[in-house]
Unconditional design. Structure first.
Length: 262
């Protein structure tokens, strides 16, 4: 098992550090999913992104248990499906049981909860955090207007908003809006939304001796965005984590901003 290298972290409230490179697990289940999770932990990932909706929390729990790693060494995120709004306690209890732990590091509301429930669910999230079942709470796929409603009703901003991000989706105003509110941006689908054959990426990758996928993932880090690539192939799992041996110049970052999607 590799030692976790010095992955940069995003500082969340209450002293919680979120590693900026995480392992996405959407679609990873059963035997093959567990093999990919093992490869991720062996590589050095110490941040795993799962969700009730992915149906793989028990796979994550099993692989963590057999890894021999201390629970404190791995940052675990899971998510509440909006259809479970009003059943936060029971859903979190199920997640904790499946993951084999007594608390998760980050719990997100997976998609915006409709109407008046928006603030109610957020209140329950804050209460469960205060009870110590989760270290940090946040949202996913929320607009800034929806985040403002949470802040207005409770005085507390989500620690994180997990949203789709990639060069094609790059939006400096949206990033600035999150920063103003003290909300960390965690980007999902970094590779799916990108044309990895684009000549700009190919050129930059060649000049650093890395792959276009690594350039795209590193580009997220340069913008201060936590990134959670998923792969079921061990060699890609490893390469996607290998982002700290090179960096992009401001000019390279600017050339990648806004590249078209595939
Ligand atoms: N909050 C939300 O609503 C939400 C929504 C979507 C995703 N997510 C989270 O974000 C994670 C990442 O997003 P994602 O899974 O949608 O997309 P992604 O990580 O951008 O892309 C995954 C796809 O890219 C391929 N891939 C991985 N590494 C590659 C590489 N080095 N070169 C070329 N292709 C590569 C994978 O194929 P192989 O597996 O065959 O390698 C897979 O088809 C998810 O797993 C999930 O944890 C959250």
């Amino acid at each position: 098992m590799a030692e976790a290298t010095a992955v940069p972290v995003t500082a969340l409230p209450n002293g919680v550090d979120m590693p900026m490179i995480g392992f996405g697990t959407w679609g990873l289940r059963g035997r093959d999913g567990r093999a990919a999770l093992r490869a991720a932990l062996d590589t050095g990932y110490r941040h795993i992104d799962t969700a009730t909706m992915y149906g793989n929390e028990s796979d994550v729990g099993a692989v963590l248990a057999e890894s021999g790693l201390s629970r404190l060494d791995v940052f675990i995120t899971t998510k509440l499906p909006p259809r479970r709004a009003g059943r936060e306690h029971a859903t979190l209890a199920e997640s904790l049981r499946a993951l084999g732990t007594d608390r998760v590091d980050l719990w997100l509301i997976h998609w915006p909860v409709p109407g008046p429930m928006l603030s109610e669910v957020w209140r329950d999230f804050l209460a469960l955090r205060d009870q110590g079942c989760v270290r940090a709470v946040g949202v996913s796929n929320y607009s800034l207007a929806q985040i403002d409603r949470l802040i207005e009703s409770t005085g507390q901003a989500p620690a994180v908003n997990q949203i789709p991000w990639s060069p094609a989706r790059h939006d400096p105003a949206l990033l600035a809006g999150h920063a103003e509110r003290g909300v960390a941006v965690e980007g999902y689908s970094p590779l799916k939304g990108t044309n990895l054959d684009h000549p700009v990426l190919a050129g930059i990758a060649a000049s650093h001796g890395v792959t276009p996928a690594q350039v795209v993932l590193r580009w997220h880090l340069e913008h201060g965005i936590t990134v959670i690539p998923k792969s079921s192939h061990p060699e890609r799992v490893t390469a996607n984590f290998d982002l700290l041996g090179f960096s992009l110049t401001p000019e390279e970052v600017e050339r990648i901003d806004g590249l078209p999607r595939r």
